[in-house]
Each structure stands twice: as C-alpha cells, then as structure tokens.
Design a binder for this molecule. Structure first.
Ligand code: HEM
Ligand code: NFK
Length: 277
C-alpha cells in the first residue's frame, strides 16, 4: 500500500469522531428522498427538478422575510442585498426549465399516470412566495384546510402585509403622500392600482439623485416580478411542449390556465410609470 501523504494523514485525523459533511447537511434524508413510483429512468429527473426548485423556494422565502423586516426597519441597503439574492435564485430556477425540457412527451407520458391527481398547483412554498409578493387568492387556502399545520402557516402568510405593502410604507416614510385607502387597506385582498402610489414612484424615477434608495428598491421589485413572470412563462411553454393542451392532473385546463396566470401582476404602478415617464 502506498505511504499516505502528510495531507492524507492530517485529513484523516482531522475528521476522526467529528461531525461530518453528510451529517451537517442531513444528506441521508435528502438523498434518500427520490422515490420513483415507476421504474422509468426519467422519473428521477422529474423528482429532482421539483425538489431542487422547492429548496430554492425555501431560500427565496427566507430572504424575502428578511428583506421585509429590513425595509420595515428603514434599512433599505440591507434589503437590497437580500432582494438581489432572490433575483439570482430566480435565475437558477428559470434555468432549471432547460434541464426539464430534455424530457420528451413520450417519456413523460410513461410515468404521468403514477402522479394521480397531484400537481404543482399544490406547492405550498410557491403559494407562500405569491402571498409574500402580494398575490393573495383565498381559494388557495381551501386546498390546505385539511392539513392544520400548513393551513395555519398559510393563513398567517395571508394576513401579513406583502413586500409591496411594506415598500409603500417606505415611500410614505420618504415623505410621499399616500392615500389612506392604501395605507389602511385590507392586506388579505389583492392589491389594487392606486394613483397616489403611482405618482410617488413616478417622482422617484424622475428624481433618482434625490431618492436613490427608493429608486433602487423599486428596481429590485421590478427585477423580482420580471423574473417571476419569466418563470411562469417558461413553465407554461415547457408544459406545452411536454403535454400540449391536455388537461392538468390538478384538474385545470392545463396550458390555457397557465397562460391566464400570466395576467396576475404584482407591482402595477412600477410597470405603469414606465409609460408615463
Ligand atoms: C413535466 C413537467 C410539468 C408539467 C407537465 C406541469 C404541468 C402543470 C399544469 C398542467 C399545471 C396547472 C394545474 C394542473 O391542472 O395541474 C401546473 C401548475 C403548477 N406547476 Fe407545474 N408542471 C410541470 C413541472 C413543474 C415544475 C418543475 C414545477 C416547479 C416546482 C412546477 C410548479 C407548478 C406550480 C407552482 C403550479 C401552480 C401554478 C399556479 O397556479 O399559478 N411545475 N403545472
Ligand atoms: N400537473 C402536471 C403534473 C405535474 O406536473 C406534477 C405532478 C406531481 C408533482 C409535481 C408536478 N409538477 C408540476 O405541476 C400534469 O398535468 O402532468
């Protein structure tokens, strides 16, 4: 046997009886969670893509929660760091569609039946993200009624002001007059366009030297909505290339449903002002 090098000896003593890489990352549980229901080779891709996306969603939620707190505390610079990270994660999950697109219709249909009525529609973390960004839709709450833990968490997220609600409060603190209807609005309702908010953001964009922080905040929000729409678009197109216009396992019309979802917007004034400027 070859004599160990100093590095090999040191590494071996260094690791002895210590917490390992796999223990720290709980790889036993993560890497034993890819249970194919068919013995189809490509079902592994399908499972891994979803799990990777859910892990990234977990980090997105972690960062948005911290960003909301930072904005409420008036630490806009701190929030930019978190929101920039959200955008980078979004780039990763958008890119994940390229990997999934290597799944052909024939391959998918060979194991689609195993999925039963389950659907991405039931992604709990995706709904938490939508709620955090302000897309509050109450029919989603019904889906989780039977699961008391998830239902409680989702209801709490539903009652919370969104990232945009909190950003509008930052506008007010920056000296802008915002309509009381917006400031005291019922945050469980979908956000409605408001002229005072649009006027405030427009002033920010016309005077970026004076309102540099609010301007940066606005652009970070636009980055996030832009990426979310790109994710939705890639989902819709990937679904079209894999199942065409078949109805979804979740019971929706499928691609046509996913096309309609593209009309749901998050930060309307930030998009409208671009026409107005
Ligand atoms: C072969 C791949 C996929 C197909 C054919 C597919 C198909 C669909 C369809 C048809 C729907 C509409 C609901 C329904 O009737 O089922 C849907 C919703 C959804 N899917 Fe997928 N999907 C795929 C991959 C993914 C992946 C990788 C994710 C990532 C987590 C995902 C997340 C979602 C989410 C979050 C929704 C709800 C969208 C909303 O209501 O706005 N899907 N999917
Ligand atoms: N709705 C998909 C099924 C599907 O994609 C799916 C099923 C179980 C777990 C995650 C899924 N992904 C996203 O919707 C379909 O109609 O084929």
């Amino acid at each position: 046997m070859k004599k160990p090098t100093d590095d090999e000896k040191n590494i071996e003593t260094n690791f002895r009886d210590k917490m390992t890489y796999g223990e720290y990352l709980q790889l036993n549980s993560i890497l034993s969670s890819q249970k194919r229901l068919s013995d189809h080779h490509d079902e592994m891709l399908f499972i891994v893509i979803h799990q990777v996306s859910e892990l990234w969603m977990k980090l997105i939620l972690h960062e948005i929660t911290a960003a909301k707190q930072a904005i409420s505390d008036g630490d806009l610079q701190v929030s930019f760091k978190k929101l920039a990270r959200v955008s980078q994660i979004q780039s990763q999950i958008i890119r994940a569609w390229d990997v999934l697109s290597t799944l052909t219709p024939s391959e998918y249909l060979e194991f689609r039946g195993e999925l039963g009525n389950s659907s991405g529609f039931q992604s709990f973390q995706y709904r938490l993200i939508e709620f955090a960004l302000g897309n509050k839709t109450d029919y989603i709450l019904k889906i989780y009624e039977k699961d008391s833990k998830l239902s409680k968490e989702l209801n709490e997220a539903y009652q919370e002001p969104s990232l945009y609600d909190i950003s509008i409060k930052a506008l007010q603190r920056g000296g802008f007059e915002i309509s009381e209807n917006v400031l005291n609005r019922d945050v469980t309702q979908p956000y409605q366009h408001d002229q005072s908010v649009q006027d405030a953001w427009t002033t920010v964009y016309k005077n970026i030297d004076k309102y540099w922080d609010l301007y940066q905040l606005a652009e970070k929000l636009v980055d996030i909505e832009d990426s979310l729409q790109q994710w939705r678009f890639r989902h819709m197109k990937t679904v079209e290339r894999i199942i065409g216009f078949k109805i979804g396992t979740g019971g929706s019309s499928g691609v046509n449903y996913l096309k309609q979802v593209l009309d749901q917007r998050f930060f309307p004034e930030l998009w409208n002002l671009r026409t107005e400027l």
